[in-house]
Design a protein around this ligand. Structure first.
Ligand SMILES: Nc1ncnc2c1ncn2[C@@H]1O[C@H](COP(=O)(O)OP(=O)(O)OP(=O)(O)O)[C@@H](O)[C@H]1O
Length: 589
Protein backbone atom coordinates (compact mmCIF):
# COMPACT_ATOMS: atom_id res chain seq x y z
CA UNK A 1 0.00 0.00 0.00
CA UNK A 2 3.08 2.19 0.12
CA UNK A 3 2.68 3.42 -3.45
CA UNK A 4 -0.98 4.15 -2.90
CA UNK A 5 -0.07 6.02 0.24
CA UNK A 6 2.39 8.09 -1.78
CA UNK A 7 -0.37 8.90 -4.22
CA UNK A 8 -2.62 10.04 -1.38
CA UNK A 9 -1.59 13.64 -1.87
CA UNK A 10 -3.44 13.59 -5.17
CA UNK A 11 -6.80 12.57 -3.73
CA UNK A 12 -6.55 13.78 -0.13
CA UNK A 13 -9.03 16.55 -0.94
CA UNK A 14 -11.57 13.93 -1.99
CA UNK A 15 -10.81 11.43 0.75
CA UNK A 16 -14.44 11.70 1.86
CA UNK A 17 -15.46 10.17 -1.47
CA UNK A 18 -13.27 7.17 -0.72
CA UNK A 19 -14.78 6.79 2.73
CA UNK A 20 -18.32 7.24 1.41
CA UNK A 21 -17.68 4.75 -1.37
CA UNK A 22 -16.41 2.14 1.12
CA UNK A 23 -19.23 2.82 3.59
CA UNK A 24 -21.91 2.58 0.89
CA UNK A 25 -20.53 -0.68 -0.43
CA UNK A 26 -20.27 -2.14 3.08
CA UNK A 27 -23.82 -0.96 3.79
CA UNK A 28 -25.05 -2.53 0.54
CA UNK A 29 -23.40 -5.76 1.62
CA UNK A 30 -24.98 -5.58 5.06
CA UNK A 31 -28.39 -4.80 3.61
CA UNK A 32 -28.01 -7.68 1.14
CA UNK A 33 -27.60 -10.00 4.09
CA UNK A 34 -31.17 -9.26 5.19
CA UNK A 35 -32.54 -11.19 2.17
CA UNK A 36 -31.58 -14.69 3.41
CA UNK A 37 -33.19 -13.83 6.71
CA UNK A 38 -36.40 -12.83 4.94
CA UNK A 39 -36.21 -16.06 3.00
CA UNK A 40 -35.97 -17.98 6.25
CA UNK A 41 -39.04 -16.21 7.59
CA UNK A 42 -40.92 -16.82 4.35
CA UNK A 43 -40.37 -20.56 4.64
CA UNK A 44 -40.55 -21.03 8.40
CA UNK A 45 -43.27 -18.50 9.23
CA UNK A 46 -45.35 -18.41 6.07
CA UNK A 47 -45.01 -21.41 3.77
CA UNK A 48 -44.61 -24.21 6.33
CA UNK A 49 -47.39 -23.00 8.69
CA UNK A 50 -49.43 -21.84 5.61
CA UNK A 51 -49.90 -18.30 6.99
CA UNK A 52 -50.17 -16.46 3.68
CA UNK A 53 -51.35 -13.22 5.23
CA UNK A 54 -47.73 -12.30 5.86
CA UNK A 55 -46.75 -12.69 2.19
CA UNK A 56 -47.36 -9.04 1.16
CA UNK A 57 -45.31 -7.76 4.10
CA UNK A 58 -42.42 -10.05 3.27
CA UNK A 59 -42.62 -9.33 -0.46
CA UNK A 60 -42.56 -5.60 0.26
CA UNK A 61 -39.64 -6.09 2.63
CA UNK A 62 -37.69 -7.95 -0.08
CA UNK A 63 -38.49 -5.17 -2.53
CA UNK A 64 -37.39 -2.54 -0.01
CA UNK A 65 -34.13 -4.40 0.60
CA UNK A 66 -33.47 -4.65 -3.12
CA UNK A 67 -34.16 -0.93 -3.63
CA UNK A 68 -32.01 0.17 -0.70
CA UNK A 69 -29.19 -2.11 -1.83
CA UNK A 70 -29.40 -0.78 -5.40
CA UNK A 71 -29.29 2.80 -4.10
CA UNK A 72 -26.27 2.05 -1.96
CA UNK A 73 -24.51 0.36 -4.86
CA UNK A 74 -25.28 3.35 -7.03
CA UNK A 75 -23.83 5.63 -4.34
CA UNK A 76 -20.69 3.47 -4.17
CA UNK A 77 -20.29 3.75 -7.96
CA UNK A 78 -21.03 7.47 -7.85
CA UNK A 79 -18.47 8.30 -5.14
CA UNK A 80 -15.91 5.84 -6.52
CA UNK A 81 -16.29 7.31 -10.00
CA UNK A 82 -15.89 10.86 -8.68
CA UNK A 83 -12.83 9.88 -6.67
CA UNK A 84 -11.16 7.85 -9.44
CA UNK A 85 -11.72 10.49 -12.09
CA UNK A 86 -10.57 13.28 -9.83
CA UNK A 87 -7.39 11.37 -9.02
CA UNK A 88 -6.73 10.49 -12.67
CA UNK A 89 -7.30 14.13 -13.66
CA UNK A 90 -4.85 15.38 -11.02
CA UNK A 91 -2.26 12.75 -11.91
CA UNK A 92 -2.55 13.40 -15.64
CA UNK A 93 -2.01 17.11 -15.10
CA UNK A 94 0.87 16.53 -12.68
CA UNK A 95 2.61 14.10 -15.03
CA UNK A 96 2.17 16.37 -18.01
CA UNK A 97 3.48 19.33 -16.06
CA UNK A 98 6.43 17.27 -14.89
CA UNK A 99 7.17 16.23 -18.46
CA UNK A 100 7.35 19.91 -19.43
CA UNK A 101 9.99 20.63 -16.81
CA UNK A 102 12.04 17.45 -16.99
CA UNK A 103 15.55 17.95 -18.17
CA UNK A 104 16.86 17.21 -21.62
CA UNK A 105 18.91 14.46 -19.96
CA UNK A 106 15.69 12.59 -19.12
CA UNK A 107 14.46 12.74 -22.69
CA UNK A 108 17.81 11.43 -23.97
CA UNK A 109 16.79 7.99 -22.72
CA UNK A 110 13.00 8.15 -22.32
CA UNK A 111 10.91 6.22 -24.82
CA UNK A 112 7.82 7.88 -26.24
CA UNK A 113 5.71 4.71 -26.23
CA UNK A 114 6.62 3.99 -22.62
CA UNK A 115 5.74 7.51 -21.49
CA UNK A 116 2.45 7.34 -23.35
CA UNK A 117 1.51 4.07 -21.67
CA UNK A 118 2.33 5.55 -18.25
CA UNK A 119 0.02 8.46 -18.92
CA UNK A 120 -2.79 6.30 -20.25
CA UNK A 121 -2.87 2.60 -19.26
CA UNK A 122 -1.12 3.02 -15.90
CA UNK A 123 -3.25 5.98 -14.93
CA UNK A 124 -6.35 4.02 -15.84
CA UNK A 125 -5.29 1.10 -13.62
CA UNK A 126 -4.77 3.51 -10.70
CA UNK A 127 -8.11 5.19 -11.37
CA UNK A 128 -9.96 1.89 -11.34
CA UNK A 129 -8.27 0.61 -8.21
CA UNK A 130 -8.56 3.71 -6.05
CA UNK A 131 -12.04 4.44 -7.40
CA UNK A 132 -13.53 0.96 -7.10
CA UNK A 133 -11.00 -1.85 -6.59
CA UNK A 134 -9.91 -0.79 -3.13
CA UNK A 135 -13.47 -0.66 -1.78
CA UNK A 136 -14.29 -3.96 -3.48
CA UNK A 137 -11.23 -5.67 -2.04
CA UNK A 138 -12.24 -4.52 1.43
CA UNK A 139 -15.77 -5.61 0.71
CA UNK A 140 -14.69 -9.20 0.15
CA UNK A 141 -13.61 -9.23 3.78
CA UNK A 142 -16.84 -7.52 4.90
CA UNK A 143 -18.90 -10.07 3.02
CA UNK A 144 -17.04 -13.06 4.39
CA UNK A 145 -17.06 -11.59 7.90
CA UNK A 146 -20.73 -10.53 8.01
CA UNK A 147 -21.82 -13.64 6.11
CA UNK A 148 -19.94 -15.96 8.48
CA UNK A 149 -21.38 -14.23 11.52
CA UNK A 150 -24.88 -14.64 10.12
CA UNK A 151 -24.26 -18.25 9.20
CA UNK A 152 -22.94 -18.82 12.68
CA UNK A 153 -26.12 -17.47 14.20
CA UNK A 154 -28.11 -19.90 12.04
CA UNK A 155 -26.07 -23.05 12.64
CA UNK A 156 -22.53 -23.28 13.90
CA UNK A 157 -21.87 -26.87 12.75
CA UNK A 158 -22.69 -26.06 9.13
CA UNK A 159 -20.69 -22.85 9.40
CA UNK A 160 -17.64 -24.78 10.46
CA UNK A 161 -17.99 -27.13 7.49
CA UNK A 162 -18.34 -24.10 5.20
CA UNK A 163 -15.34 -22.33 6.65
CA UNK A 164 -13.23 -25.41 6.04
CA UNK A 165 -14.17 -25.47 2.32
CA UNK A 166 -13.86 -21.70 1.74
CA UNK A 167 -10.07 -21.41 2.08
CA UNK A 168 -9.83 -24.25 -0.42
CA UNK A 169 -11.92 -22.31 -2.93
CA UNK A 170 -9.98 -19.12 -2.24
CA UNK A 171 -6.71 -21.04 -2.72
CA UNK A 172 -7.82 -22.31 -6.14
CA UNK A 173 -8.92 -18.81 -7.16
CA UNK A 174 -5.57 -17.37 -6.10
CA UNK A 175 -3.68 -20.10 -7.88
CA UNK A 176 -5.67 -19.43 -11.02
CA UNK A 177 -4.88 -15.75 -10.69
CA UNK A 178 -1.17 -16.53 -10.41
CA UNK A 179 -1.45 -18.22 -13.82
CA UNK A 180 -3.71 -15.74 -15.55
CA UNK A 181 -1.66 -12.78 -14.32
CA UNK A 182 1.54 -13.64 -16.26
CA UNK A 183 -0.63 -14.62 -19.23
CA UNK A 184 -2.16 -11.14 -19.18
CA UNK A 185 1.24 -9.53 -18.75
CA UNK A 186 2.49 -11.48 -21.74
CA UNK A 187 -0.58 -10.37 -23.67
CA UNK A 188 0.05 -6.73 -22.79
CA UNK A 189 3.68 -6.99 -23.91
CA UNK A 190 2.59 -8.60 -27.16
CA UNK A 191 0.04 -5.83 -27.68
CA UNK A 192 2.62 -3.14 -26.95
CA UNK A 193 5.05 -4.68 -29.44
CA UNK A 194 2.20 -4.82 -31.97
CA UNK A 195 1.38 -1.14 -31.43
CA UNK A 196 5.06 -0.18 -31.62
CA UNK A 197 5.30 -1.96 -34.97
CA UNK A 198 2.30 -0.01 -36.31
CA UNK A 199 3.57 3.29 -34.91
CA UNK A 200 7.10 2.84 -36.31
CA UNK A 201 5.75 1.72 -39.63
CA UNK A 202 3.48 4.73 -40.01
CA UNK A 203 6.23 7.12 -38.88
CA UNK A 204 8.87 5.56 -41.08
CA UNK A 205 6.64 4.76 -44.03
CA UNK A 206 8.87 6.71 -46.41
CA UNK A 207 11.97 4.78 -45.37
CA UNK A 208 10.08 1.49 -45.66
CA UNK A 209 8.92 2.32 -49.16
CA UNK A 210 12.22 3.69 -50.36
CA UNK A 211 13.93 0.45 -49.28
CA UNK A 212 11.07 -1.62 -50.74
CA UNK A 213 10.68 -3.37 -47.36
CA UNK A 214 6.89 -3.60 -47.39
CA UNK A 215 6.84 -7.41 -47.55
CA UNK A 216 9.35 -7.64 -44.70
CA UNK A 217 7.26 -5.24 -42.61
CA UNK A 218 4.11 -7.25 -43.30
CA UNK A 219 5.88 -10.43 -42.21
CA UNK A 220 7.28 -8.76 -39.08
CA UNK A 221 3.81 -7.54 -38.15
CA UNK A 222 2.29 -10.91 -38.88
CA UNK A 223 4.72 -12.61 -36.44
CA UNK A 224 3.85 -10.16 -33.69
CA UNK A 225 0.18 -10.47 -34.50
CA UNK A 226 0.41 -14.23 -34.23
CA UNK A 227 2.15 -13.98 -30.85
CA UNK A 228 -0.63 -11.70 -29.63
CA UNK A 229 -3.30 -14.07 -30.95
CA UNK A 230 -1.64 -17.07 -29.22
CA UNK A 231 -1.43 -15.16 -25.94
CA UNK A 232 -5.06 -14.21 -26.22
CA UNK A 233 -6.14 -17.79 -26.92
CA UNK A 234 -4.08 -19.02 -23.96
CA UNK A 235 -5.67 -16.48 -21.63
CA UNK A 236 -9.16 -17.19 -22.98
CA UNK A 237 -8.66 -20.93 -22.44
CA UNK A 238 -7.54 -20.34 -18.89
CA UNK A 239 -10.66 -18.30 -18.24
CA UNK A 240 -12.88 -20.87 -19.84
CA UNK A 241 -11.43 -23.53 -17.50
CA UNK A 242 -11.69 -21.39 -14.40
CA UNK A 243 -15.41 -20.82 -14.07
CA UNK A 244 -16.63 -24.38 -14.70
CA UNK A 245 -13.90 -25.68 -12.40
CA UNK A 246 -14.83 -23.28 -9.62
CA UNK A 247 -18.50 -24.06 -10.14
CA UNK A 248 -17.69 -27.74 -9.83
CA UNK A 249 -15.72 -27.24 -6.65
CA UNK A 250 -18.40 -25.00 -5.18
CA UNK A 251 -21.10 -27.50 -6.11
CA UNK A 252 -19.19 -30.32 -4.43
CA UNK A 253 -18.92 -28.31 -1.24
CA UNK A 254 -22.59 -27.35 -1.53
CA UNK A 255 -23.48 -31.04 -2.01
CA UNK A 256 -21.57 -31.95 1.15
CA UNK A 257 -23.32 -29.16 3.01
CA UNK A 258 -26.67 -30.29 1.63
CA UNK A 259 -26.02 -33.74 2.99
CA UNK A 260 -25.03 -32.44 6.40
CA UNK A 261 -27.73 -29.71 6.38
CA UNK A 262 -30.46 -32.11 5.21
CA UNK A 263 -29.59 -34.49 8.03
CA UNK A 264 -29.74 -31.65 10.54
CA UNK A 265 -33.21 -30.65 9.23
CA UNK A 266 -34.46 -34.23 9.39
CA UNK A 267 -33.10 -34.51 12.94
CA UNK A 268 -34.90 -31.25 13.72
CA UNK A 269 -31.64 -29.58 14.67
CA UNK A 270 -32.40 -26.79 12.19
CA UNK A 271 -35.49 -25.60 10.33
CA UNK A 272 -36.00 -25.81 6.56
CA UNK A 273 -36.03 -22.02 6.37
CA UNK A 274 -32.68 -21.88 8.13
CA UNK A 275 -31.21 -24.37 5.69
CA UNK A 276 -32.42 -22.33 2.70
CA UNK A 277 -31.16 -19.10 4.29
CA UNK A 278 -27.85 -20.76 4.97
CA UNK A 279 -27.46 -21.81 1.35
CA UNK A 280 -28.30 -18.41 0.00
CA UNK A 281 -25.63 -17.05 2.36
CA UNK A 282 -23.09 -19.50 0.99
CA UNK A 283 -23.68 -18.30 -2.57
CA UNK A 284 -23.49 -14.78 -1.25
CA UNK A 285 -19.98 -15.47 0.04
CA UNK A 286 -18.70 -17.70 -2.76
CA UNK A 287 -18.89 -14.89 -5.36
CA UNK A 288 -16.47 -12.57 -3.55
CA UNK A 289 -14.16 -15.46 -2.67
CA UNK A 290 -13.92 -16.31 -6.37
CA UNK A 291 -13.25 -12.68 -7.12
CA UNK A 292 -10.55 -12.42 -4.47
CA UNK A 293 -7.83 -13.37 -6.94
CA UNK A 294 -9.13 -10.80 -9.39
CA UNK A 295 -9.14 -8.05 -6.75
CA UNK A 296 -5.66 -8.94 -5.53
CA UNK A 297 -4.41 -8.95 -9.09
CA UNK A 298 -6.07 -5.62 -9.62
CA UNK A 299 -4.22 -4.34 -6.58
CA UNK A 300 -0.81 -5.63 -7.71
CA UNK A 301 -1.32 -4.16 -11.15
CA UNK A 302 -2.31 -0.76 -9.86
CA UNK A 303 0.61 -0.88 -7.45
CA UNK A 304 2.98 -1.50 -10.36
CA UNK A 305 1.22 1.23 -12.33
CA UNK A 306 1.49 3.58 -9.37
CA UNK A 307 5.23 2.92 -9.20
CA UNK A 308 5.61 3.71 -12.89
CA UNK A 309 3.66 6.95 -12.57
CA UNK A 310 5.51 7.96 -9.41
CA UNK A 311 8.78 7.29 -11.20
CA UNK A 312 7.88 10.07 -13.63
CA UNK A 313 6.62 12.36 -10.88
CA UNK A 314 9.66 11.81 -8.65
CA UNK A 315 12.18 12.31 -11.46
CA UNK A 316 14.86 14.71 -10.40
CA UNK A 317 15.19 17.80 -12.55
CA UNK A 318 18.92 18.32 -12.88
CA UNK A 319 18.81 21.70 -14.57
CA UNK A 320 16.77 23.91 -12.28
CA UNK A 321 16.75 27.30 -10.65
CA UNK A 322 19.03 27.68 -7.70
CA UNK A 323 17.73 29.45 -4.66
CA UNK A 324 17.30 33.17 -5.25
CA UNK A 325 17.93 32.70 -8.97
CA UNK A 326 17.82 36.03 -10.79
CA UNK A 327 15.22 36.99 -13.34
CA UNK A 328 16.74 38.35 -16.53
CA UNK A 329 15.08 41.59 -17.54
CA UNK A 330 15.14 41.69 -21.37
CA UNK A 331 16.00 45.38 -21.45
CA UNK A 332 19.09 44.83 -19.28
CA UNK A 333 20.59 41.97 -21.27
CA UNK A 334 23.53 43.14 -23.37
CA UNK A 335 24.45 39.75 -24.82
CA UNK A 336 28.12 39.40 -23.88
CA UNK A 337 28.89 35.67 -23.83
CA UNK A 338 31.92 33.96 -22.29
CA UNK A 339 32.73 30.27 -22.37
CA UNK A 340 35.31 29.85 -19.63
CA UNK A 341 37.14 26.54 -20.12
CA UNK A 342 33.98 24.50 -20.41
CA UNK A 343 34.03 20.72 -20.32
CA UNK A 344 30.91 18.58 -20.50
CA UNK A 345 30.06 14.89 -20.88
CA UNK A 346 26.66 13.27 -21.52
CA UNK A 347 26.22 10.84 -18.61
CA UNK A 348 29.28 8.68 -18.02
CA UNK A 349 30.51 8.98 -21.57
CA UNK A 350 33.72 10.65 -22.73
CA UNK A 351 33.45 14.45 -22.68
CA UNK A 352 31.52 15.70 -25.71
CA UNK A 353 33.30 19.07 -25.40
CA UNK A 354 36.60 19.81 -23.68
CA UNK A 355 38.06 23.06 -22.51
CA UNK A 356 35.94 25.34 -24.71
CA UNK A 357 36.80 28.98 -24.22
CA UNK A 358 35.82 32.02 -26.20
CA UNK A 359 34.53 35.52 -25.67
CA UNK A 360 31.72 37.11 -27.66
CA UNK A 361 31.08 40.83 -27.49
CA UNK A 362 27.41 41.84 -27.42
CA UNK A 363 26.06 41.45 -30.94
CA UNK A 364 29.01 39.40 -32.15
CA UNK A 365 28.58 36.47 -34.50
CA UNK A 366 30.48 33.32 -33.55
CA UNK A 367 30.63 30.60 -36.17
CA UNK A 368 31.30 26.91 -35.53
CA UNK A 369 32.63 24.52 -38.10
CA UNK A 370 33.63 20.91 -37.60
CA UNK A 371 32.97 17.32 -38.53
CA UNK A 372 29.95 15.37 -37.41
CA UNK A 373 29.96 14.63 -33.67
CA UNK A 374 32.68 17.20 -32.99
CA UNK A 375 30.61 18.94 -30.27
CA UNK A 376 29.16 21.97 -32.05
CA UNK A 377 25.54 21.38 -31.06
CA UNK A 378 26.60 20.52 -27.53
CA UNK A 379 28.06 24.02 -27.15
CA UNK A 380 24.77 25.62 -28.14
CA UNK A 381 22.82 23.25 -25.86
CA UNK A 382 25.02 24.31 -22.96
CA UNK A 383 24.37 27.96 -23.78
CA UNK A 384 20.62 27.51 -23.18
CA UNK A 385 21.22 25.27 -20.17
CA UNK A 386 19.77 22.16 -21.71
CA UNK A 387 22.52 20.64 -19.58
CA UNK A 388 24.81 22.16 -16.98
CA UNK A 389 28.54 22.14 -17.59
CA UNK A 390 30.78 19.71 -15.68
CA UNK A 391 33.76 22.03 -15.51
CA UNK A 392 34.29 25.72 -16.20
CA UNK A 393 31.41 28.14 -16.63
CA UNK A 394 29.34 30.00 -19.19
CA UNK A 395 28.72 33.67 -18.52
CA UNK A 396 26.16 36.07 -19.87
CA UNK A 397 27.13 39.71 -19.32
CA UNK A 398 29.79 38.48 -16.91
CA UNK A 399 27.38 36.43 -14.75
CA UNK A 400 27.38 32.64 -14.59
CA UNK A 401 24.20 31.52 -16.39
CA UNK A 402 23.42 29.17 -13.47
CA UNK A 403 22.62 32.32 -11.47
CA UNK A 404 19.62 33.08 -13.70
CA UNK A 405 16.19 31.51 -13.71
CA UNK A 406 16.24 28.86 -16.44
CA UNK A 407 12.97 30.12 -17.92
CA UNK A 408 14.11 33.73 -18.11
CA UNK A 409 17.49 32.73 -19.59
CA UNK A 410 15.83 30.65 -22.29
CA UNK A 411 13.37 33.41 -23.06
CA UNK A 412 16.38 35.47 -24.17
CA UNK A 413 17.60 32.78 -26.52
CA UNK A 414 16.09 31.63 -29.78
CA UNK A 415 17.29 28.43 -31.34
CA UNK A 416 16.68 27.15 -34.82
CA UNK A 417 17.49 23.47 -34.84
CA UNK A 418 18.70 21.27 -37.63
CA UNK A 419 15.44 19.35 -37.40
CA UNK A 420 12.32 21.43 -37.33
CA UNK A 421 9.35 20.48 -35.27
CA UNK A 422 6.02 21.98 -36.22
CA UNK A 423 2.86 21.49 -34.18
CA UNK A 424 -0.39 20.29 -35.75
CA UNK A 425 -1.77 23.79 -35.92
CA UNK A 426 -1.92 26.79 -38.26
CA UNK A 427 1.26 28.29 -39.68
CA UNK A 428 0.40 31.50 -37.82
CA UNK A 429 0.30 29.61 -34.48
CA UNK A 430 3.48 27.77 -35.32
CA UNK A 431 5.34 31.01 -35.94
CA UNK A 432 3.99 32.75 -32.85
CA UNK A 433 4.45 29.66 -30.66
CA UNK A 434 4.95 30.57 -27.02
CA UNK A 435 4.41 34.28 -27.53
CA UNK A 436 1.46 36.32 -26.36
CA UNK A 437 -0.04 39.44 -27.89
CA UNK A 438 1.73 39.15 -31.21
CA UNK A 439 0.19 41.10 -34.08
CA UNK A 440 -0.29 39.67 -37.55
CA UNK A 441 2.04 42.35 -38.91
CA UNK A 442 4.84 41.12 -36.68
CA UNK A 443 4.27 37.54 -37.78
CA UNK A 444 4.37 38.56 -41.43
CA UNK A 445 7.51 40.61 -40.88
CA UNK A 446 9.28 37.63 -39.29
CA UNK A 447 8.11 35.36 -42.11
CA UNK A 448 9.38 37.86 -44.68
CA UNK A 449 12.79 37.97 -43.02
CA UNK A 450 12.89 34.16 -43.03
CA UNK A 451 11.85 34.17 -46.70
CA UNK A 452 8.74 32.20 -45.80
CA UNK A 453 6.06 34.79 -46.60
CA UNK A 454 5.75 34.07 -50.32
CA UNK A 455 5.25 30.34 -50.10
CA UNK A 456 2.88 30.76 -47.13
CA UNK A 457 0.73 33.12 -49.21
CA UNK A 458 0.59 30.50 -51.95
CA UNK A 459 -0.90 27.97 -49.54
CA UNK A 460 -4.70 27.47 -49.61
CA UNK A 461 -5.43 29.43 -46.46
CA UNK A 462 -2.24 31.43 -46.15
CA UNK A 463 -1.19 31.86 -42.53
CA UNK A 464 -4.24 29.94 -41.37
CA UNK A 465 -3.24 26.80 -43.23
CA UNK A 466 -3.01 23.96 -40.76
CA UNK A 467 0.15 21.93 -41.09
CA UNK A 468 -0.07 18.28 -40.21
CA UNK A 469 1.88 16.22 -37.73
CA UNK A 470 5.61 16.95 -37.98
CA UNK A 471 4.83 19.58 -40.63
CA UNK A 472 3.61 17.09 -43.23
CA UNK A 473 2.79 18.73 -46.48
CA UNK A 474 5.75 21.13 -46.30
CA UNK A 475 9.19 20.62 -47.74
CA UNK A 476 12.23 20.43 -45.44
CA UNK A 477 13.30 23.91 -46.51
CA UNK A 478 9.83 25.37 -45.96
CA UNK A 479 9.65 23.88 -42.47
CA UNK A 480 13.04 25.31 -41.67
CA UNK A 481 12.02 28.76 -42.87
CA UNK A 482 8.96 28.65 -40.60
CA UNK A 483 11.24 27.69 -37.72
CA UNK A 484 13.50 30.62 -38.54
CA UNK A 485 10.51 32.97 -38.59
CA UNK A 486 9.48 31.57 -35.19
CA UNK A 487 12.94 32.24 -33.77
CA UNK A 488 13.09 35.76 -35.17
CA UNK A 489 9.65 36.71 -33.88
CA UNK A 490 10.82 36.03 -30.33
CA UNK A 491 13.25 38.91 -30.75
CA UNK A 492 15.94 37.29 -28.62
CA UNK A 493 19.23 38.76 -27.35
CA UNK A 494 20.98 35.56 -28.31
CA UNK A 495 20.29 33.70 -31.51
CA UNK A 496 21.44 30.13 -32.06
CA UNK A 497 21.37 28.77 -35.57
CA UNK A 498 22.22 25.09 -35.43
CA UNK A 499 22.71 24.20 -39.06
CA UNK A 500 19.54 26.21 -39.55
CA UNK A 501 19.82 26.56 -43.29
CA UNK A 502 20.91 23.00 -44.04
CA UNK A 503 17.61 22.14 -45.73
CA UNK A 504 17.37 25.16 -48.00
CA UNK A 505 19.10 25.61 -51.33
CA UNK A 506 22.14 27.85 -51.73
CA UNK A 507 20.13 30.65 -53.25
CA UNK A 508 17.54 30.70 -50.47
CA UNK A 509 20.28 30.36 -47.90
CA UNK A 510 21.88 33.42 -49.37
CA UNK A 511 18.62 35.31 -49.15
CA UNK A 512 17.98 34.15 -45.58
CA UNK A 513 21.52 35.07 -44.66
CA UNK A 514 20.89 38.55 -45.99
CA UNK A 515 17.80 38.66 -43.73
CA UNK A 516 19.91 37.34 -40.88
CA UNK A 517 22.41 40.16 -41.28
CA UNK A 518 19.58 42.47 -40.42
CA UNK A 519 18.11 40.45 -37.55
CA UNK A 520 21.48 39.48 -36.14
CA UNK A 521 22.26 43.11 -35.66
CA UNK A 522 22.36 43.77 -31.95
CA UNK A 523 22.07 40.06 -31.10
CA UNK A 524 24.86 37.74 -30.15
CA UNK A 525 24.65 34.85 -32.58
CA UNK A 526 26.11 31.37 -32.36
CA UNK A 527 25.93 29.87 -35.79
CA UNK A 528 26.75 26.30 -36.75
CA UNK A 529 27.09 25.64 -40.44
CA UNK A 530 28.75 23.25 -42.81
CA UNK A 531 29.00 25.85 -45.54
CA UNK A 532 31.76 28.37 -45.25
CA UNK A 533 29.52 30.82 -47.10
CA UNK A 534 27.33 30.92 -43.97
CA UNK A 535 30.25 31.62 -41.67
CA UNK A 536 32.58 33.87 -43.55
CA UNK A 537 31.12 37.07 -42.12
CA UNK A 538 31.31 35.85 -38.53
CA UNK A 539 33.40 37.91 -36.12
CA UNK A 540 35.05 34.76 -34.96
CA UNK A 541 35.04 31.22 -36.30
CA UNK A 542 35.80 28.23 -34.08
CA UNK A 543 36.82 24.99 -35.72
CA UNK A 544 35.99 21.90 -33.69
CA UNK A 545 37.38 18.42 -33.77
CA UNK A 546 36.52 15.60 -31.35
CA UNK A 547 35.12 18.02 -28.78
CA UNK A 548 38.11 20.36 -28.83
CA UNK A 549 38.68 23.75 -30.37
CA UNK A 550 41.38 23.26 -32.97
CA UNK A 551 41.32 26.65 -34.69
CA UNK A 552 39.94 30.06 -33.88
CA UNK A 553 39.95 33.29 -35.87
CA UNK A 554 38.23 35.26 -38.59
CA UNK A 555 37.61 33.87 -42.06
CA UNK A 556 40.52 35.83 -43.48
CA UNK A 557 42.86 34.68 -40.73
CA UNK A 558 41.84 31.05 -41.03
CA UNK A 559 42.11 30.74 -44.81
CA UNK A 560 45.59 32.19 -44.60
CA UNK A 561 46.99 29.34 -42.49
CA UNK A 562 47.17 25.64 -43.32
CA UNK A 563 44.66 23.67 -41.27
CA UNK A 564 41.18 22.10 -41.33
CA UNK A 565 39.45 25.41 -42.13
CA UNK A 566 41.65 26.00 -45.15
CA UNK A 567 41.04 22.39 -46.25
CA UNK A 568 37.26 22.81 -46.08
CA UNK A 569 37.56 26.15 -47.83
CA UNK A 570 39.59 24.59 -50.65
CA UNK A 571 37.00 21.82 -51.12
CA UNK A 572 33.97 24.10 -51.04
CA UNK A 573 35.54 26.82 -53.14
CA UNK A 574 37.43 24.53 -55.56
CA UNK A 575 35.69 25.90 -58.65
CA UNK A 576 36.06 29.47 -57.55
CA UNK A 577 39.77 28.98 -56.68
CA UNK A 578 40.43 27.21 -59.98
CA UNK A 579 38.88 30.13 -61.86
CA UNK A 580 40.96 32.47 -59.74
CA UNK A 581 44.15 30.55 -60.56
CA UNK A 582 43.28 30.57 -64.28
CA UNK A 583 42.75 34.30 -64.11
CA UNK A 584 46.10 34.76 -62.37
CA UNK A 585 47.91 32.47 -64.87
CA UNK A 586 46.42 34.32 -67.85
CA UNK A 587 47.05 37.70 -66.35
CA UNK A 588 50.54 38.95 -67.34
CA UNK A 589 50.40 41.34 -64.41
N1 LIG B 1 21.88 13.62 -26.08
C1 LIG B 1 23.04 12.98 -26.16
N2 LIG B 1 23.32 11.95 -25.35
C2 LIG B 1 24.51 11.33 -25.41
N3 LIG B 1 25.49 11.68 -26.24
C3 LIG B 1 25.28 12.69 -27.09
C4 LIG B 1 24.04 13.40 -27.09
N4 LIG B 1 24.10 14.39 -28.01
C5 LIG B 1 25.32 14.28 -28.58
N5 LIG B 1 26.02 13.28 -28.03
C6 LIG B 1 27.41 12.89 -28.34
O1 LIG B 1 28.24 14.02 -28.12
C7 LIG B 1 29.18 14.19 -29.15
C8 LIG B 1 29.06 15.59 -29.77
O2 LIG B 1 27.80 15.67 -30.41
P1 LIG B 1 27.24 17.01 -31.06
O3 LIG B 1 25.82 16.77 -31.42
O4 LIG B 1 27.55 18.15 -30.18
O5 LIG B 1 28.12 17.10 -32.39
P2 LIG B 1 27.95 18.05 -33.64
O6 LIG B 1 29.31 18.60 -33.90
O7 LIG B 1 26.87 19.02 -33.43
O8 LIG B 1 27.55 16.99 -34.76
P3 LIG B 1 26.63 17.22 -36.07
O9 LIG B 1 27.34 18.15 -36.97
O10 LIG B 1 26.55 15.83 -36.66
O11 LIG B 1 25.32 17.71 -35.59
C9 LIG B 1 28.94 13.05 -30.13
O12 LIG B 1 29.88 12.03 -29.83
C10 LIG B 1 27.55 12.57 -29.82
O13 LIG B 1 27.43 11.19 -30.03
Amino acid sequence: MDVLRQLRGFYREKLHYLILSIVCLAAATAVGLITPNLLRRLIDDVIVPLKFTEVPVLALSVLAVIIVKACLQFAHGFFGGRLGNFLAYRLRNACYEKLQFLSFRYYDTAKTGDLMSRLTGDLEAIRMFIGFGFAQLLNVFFMVLFGSIMMFTINWQLTLVTLITMPFLAGVALRFESKIHPAFQEMRLALSSLTTAVQENVTGVRTVKSFAREAYEVEKFSHRNERYKDNQIFAAELWSKFFPFMELLASVSVAILLGVGGTLVINKQMSLGELVAFFSLIWYIIGPVWGLGFHINNYTQSKASGERVLEVLNQQIDVKDKENARELAPAEVKGEVDFDHVTFAYGNKMPAVKDIHFHAEPGAVIGFLGGTGSGKSTITQLMMRAYDVNQGSIKLDGVDIREFQVRSLRSQISTVFQETFLFSSSIRNNISYGLKNVSMDEIIRAAELAKAHDFIMEMPEGYDTVVGERGMGLSGGQKQRIAIARALLKNPRILILDDATSAVDMETEHEIQAGFQEVMRGRTTLIIAHRISSLRHADQIIVMNEGKMVQQGTHQELIAVPGPYQDVYRIQYADYLARDNEREAGDPA
